[in-house]
Design a binder for this molecule. Structure first.
Ligand code: AKB
Length: 337
């Protein structure tokens, strides 16, 4: 008998950390995590961690021989800035890694006779606004608009959404009487801000970096201009989005990939919020052409009406509450400790 489990890939990253804490507190299934890195001690005691590469097919085969995977949260990815330095390596991890897991999930769905739930965090990087004037004219982009990503990471995310939809509709049947497909669901996240971890390799990182630097009394040079504007979300809301989408009845879903968002800020407004709580913060602006270009190509805001209607998505943290109740108290605690 295989043990039932939930698999989280890329578990040592920012979303992984928050998701493990949330699932471990209420899920009855065993949580199996996978990452090329070890997990921090605080979360490693909550799960069974496998240190390995999602590209390692024999490791994945061993995994499914031991566990019946009911749900996969596939978080592993090289983020937008890092992916621009090594685009082909990013393609390997982001696309080939996802393809391997989708195939595994599709096969497992047929063996189980029940769909494996495949939850995929996508990104605002799946969009590509052609210029700043168009970005200003479309402040709340819908899921099907401006799907012209400009980064390798954005191309990877958009394509993997399509692969997920493909695998949930077509798969070579292993047996004629078991035409069960996987259940693929994705969310397009804005820039995420955690009080407990600092991001690395992304382009929305300037927001959280500004805040974490200020809390440590460190000067910070922001790599985009004060006018640069994108949507953001506090990490607890990202976990709520993933778990609520996972728990939604399939009959309620009118699409497979949903926008979710919370608040949009320019880099100057982000700085103002940081300075409100850390008045001695030393934040200056020195735009990096390449990273500025990436942020300029992302929408200033998302329309998440479909998520709100279909599975009652609603962020708990607006900008005021995110700073005053989640970010600032926890970050202060972290660095004072
Ligand atoms: C990144 O900056 O690459 C990510 C994202 C917006 O998906 N945080």
């Amino acid at each position: 008998m295989r043990k039932k489990g939930i698999l989280i890939t890329g578990a040592a990253g920012e979303i992984g950390d928050a998701l493990i804490r949330s699932l471990a507190s209420r899920d009855q299934y065993q949580i199996i995590t996978l990452d090329v890195r070890p997990l921090p001690t605080e979360t490693s005691s909550l799960v069974t961690h496998i240190q390995g590469d999602i590209m390692d097919q024999s490791m994945l085969a061993r995994l499914v021989s031991e566990y019946e995977i009911a749900t996969i949260y596939h978080l592993a990815a090289l983020l937008s800035t890092r992916a621009e330095f090594t685009p082909e390596a990013a393609h390997k991890v982001n696309v080939e890694g996802t393809l391997g897991l989708l195939k595994l999930a599709a096969e497992q769905s047929q063996w189980r006779g029940e769909p494996v739930l495949f939850i995929f965090p996508s990104s605002i990087a799946a969009y590509g606004m052609p210029d700043l004037e168009t970005k200003a004219r479309f402040p709340h982009v819908r899921e099907w608009e401006w799907n012209y990503p400009k980064t390798m990471y954005g191309c990877n995310k958009l394509y993997c959404e399509l692969l997920g939809i493909y695998y949930s509709q077509h798969f070579r049947q292993l047996a004629a009487d078991r035409p069960v497909m996987l259940d693929f669901r994705g969310v397009r996240f804005p820039g995420l801000i955690s009080a407990f971890t600092v991001p690395s390799g992304g382009t929305s990182d300037y927001g959280p970096e500004m805040l974490h630097a200020a809390a440590q009394h460190l000067p910070y040079e922001c790599f985009v201009s004060p006018e640069a504007c994108i949507p953001f979300m506090a990490m607890p809301d990202a976990v709520i989005a993933l778990t609520h989408l996972a728990n939604a009845p399939q009959s309620a879903l009118s699409r497979r990939v949903y926008n979710v968002t919370s608040f949009s800020l320019t880099a100057a407004e982000f700085k103002d919020w940081v300075v409100k709580y850390f008045p001695d913060a030393q934040i200056s602006f020195k735009p990096d052409l390449k990273r500025q270009g990436i942020v300029d190509s992302w929408p200033a805001g998302l329309n998440d009406n479909d998520a709100r209607r279909d599975w009652s998505w609603k962020p708990e943290y607006d900008v005021q509450r995110a700073f005053s109740e989640y970010l600032v108290p926890n970050i202060r605690n972290r660095y004072q400790g």
